[in-house]
Ligand binder design. Sequence first.
Ligand SMILES: [Ca+2]
Length: 164
Amino acid sequence: MSFSIFLADADFDDDKVIAQIPIPHRYWRLHVISSGNVFDLSANELELRESVGGADVTGSPATYACDHIHSSSTIAAAFDNDTSTGYNAPGDGVFPINIDVDFTTGHEKDIHEISWLSRPDAPIRAPVDMDILWSDDGTTWNLSWSERGISGWSSGVAKIFTKP
Ligand SMILES: [Ca+2]
């Protein structure tokens, strides 16, 4: 989310945007509604960026959580900058699945782009429908943007999702 400052002229008919002020938030959530293989979800690397093509802002001091995870998996494996390790869901078809990033107090971010690298031997274990949410308190969640009908996953290729 961001606010625009407008420079208004006398008749308000051609106001110019003179600044975009980012509104950072502590918590961000990838709310995955459905998967390409219906039953399972995987992510070998996830990146959150504050600008299109910008730097990945995950990493210390951010912490991660997921509400549905295979017993032999960790959500941290999706954020360790190692493309050979990853998060895996239990494969039981239970959705939605929430993947949360807590950037921590004093390190709030304004996320505009997500990069998702799926599991190389099962790339369709990846989102078809997904919402990107933010929160300031970890309890009340707000929609930032939605992705629908995602397709075309292929092995070893990260997909990029940019805020409209
Ligand atoms: Ca990894």
